[in-house]
Design a protein around this ligand. Structure first.
Ligand code: PEP
Ligand code: MN
Length: 334
């Protein structure tokens, strides 16, 4: 739509699209609103070009439509207005916390340290997708309640993973952002459920997924009507054995070119090794990441999951100081 298009012009275009039997997605941007059309097979000839307020009608040739930059040229900024935070704008978003919520004491101790160091987002697993069924599976709803208290006390945005429809319901109730993990990136029924959710979704790249597959998974969520999606590069499986995964930093500029959605980098899962986390975090910010996801634990050797990749709180604070120097070089603030 044109920059000065009115609400009623936008409404009229959506109505015409819906009347023709398709779905209209009105996606506001910084300057203008984009209206995506889904449900069509091939070209849509319903005279949209002639309608008042319409700037241009573009056929998106990519397999992913709504998430593509062809559909909307301005960057998507996902906002958390109740906590005065956002992802995708000028401010670099720092998401930090333990892999798993292990106890109220552990979670509060970490939240205090990461908030003091400048993080605005707190992560913690309540439902853990573990490789072994005998590994710690998470505290479930109890952990969600602890994190809701952390939001109230520290003003941090709560990010936590949903592993199925049932847990998504609870994560939506207690949390602020719903994480869909690497192992669920192509769980299409979960993606459809996330498309109906009323909270933003952090979608992680699968361990063997291409960037196109990641964007198509985001398209599942977006075509369901949830436009607040943040992508996450968390490392892919390669033949390398000196790191847990290979963090594909090149995914950051690739995604920025193809999509308007923000992208997070997760150097914790991306490397699996504590001493590799800070260098890759710095590189990710330099490459243009919109957010970082960092695991932090006060006694990593005793952590119930992912201790080997968790930073000590002091290391996290030092990393934040370095990022404060790097961020302005790429036009970001912390
Ligand atoms: C996590 O964030 O702790 C996690 C399990 O991530 P991933 O899905 O990337 O393995
Ligand atoms: Mn983890």
């Amino acid at each position: 739509m044109q920059a000065h298009a009115t609400e009623s012009q936008i409404g009229a275009v959506c109505e015409r699209i819906e009347k023709a039997g398709f779905r209209a997605h009105s996606i506001p941007g910084a300057q203008r609103t984009a209206i995506g059309i889904t449900g069509n097979q091939g070209a849509v000839e319903i005279g949209l070009e002639e309608m008042a307020g319409v700037a241009e009608v573009i056929r998106v040739s990519k397999p992913y439509k709504l998430v593509s930059r062809d559909a909307k040229d301005s960057n998507t900024v996902v906002r958390f207005p109740h906590l005065d935070a956002s992802i995708g704008g000028e401010e670099l978003a720092i998401v930090a916390g333990p892999c798993s919520i292990e106890s109220r004491e552990q979670a509060f101790a970490i939240a205090e340290r990461v908030a003091a160091a400048g993080a605005r987002f707190f992560r913690g697993g309540a439902y853990k997708p573990r490789t072994s069924p005998y590994s710690f599976q998470g505290l479930g709803e109890e952990a969600l309640k602890i994190m809701a208290e952390i939001r109230d006390q520290f003003g941090l945005v709560i990010v936590t993973e949903a592993v199925d429809s049932e847990s998504l319901e609870l994560v939506e109730k207690y949390g602020d952002m719903i994480q869909i993990g690497a192992r669920n990136m192509q769980n299409f029924s979960l993606l459809k459920r996330a498309g109906r959710a009323k909270k933003p979704v952090l979608l992680k790249r699968g361990i063997a997924a291409t960037i196109e597959e990641l964007l198509l998974s985001a398209e599942y969520i977006m075509s369901g009507g949830n436009y607040d999606i943040i992508l996450c590069e968390r490392g892919i499986r390669t033949f390398e054995t000196y790191t847990r995964n290979t963090l594909d930093i090149s995914a950051i500029p690739v995604v920025h070119k193809l999509s308007h959605l923000p992208i997070t980098s997760d150097p914790s899962h991306g490397t699996g090794l504590r001493d590799k986390v800070a260098p890759m975090a710095r590189a990710s910010v330099a490459a243009g990441a919109d957010a970082l996801l960092i695991e932090v634990h006060p006694s990593p050797d005793e952590a119930l999951s992912d201790g080997a990749q968790s930073l000590f709180p002091q290391q996290f604070a030092e990393l934040m100081e370095q990022l404060r120097i790097i961020a302005p070089a790429v036009d970001r603030t912390i």
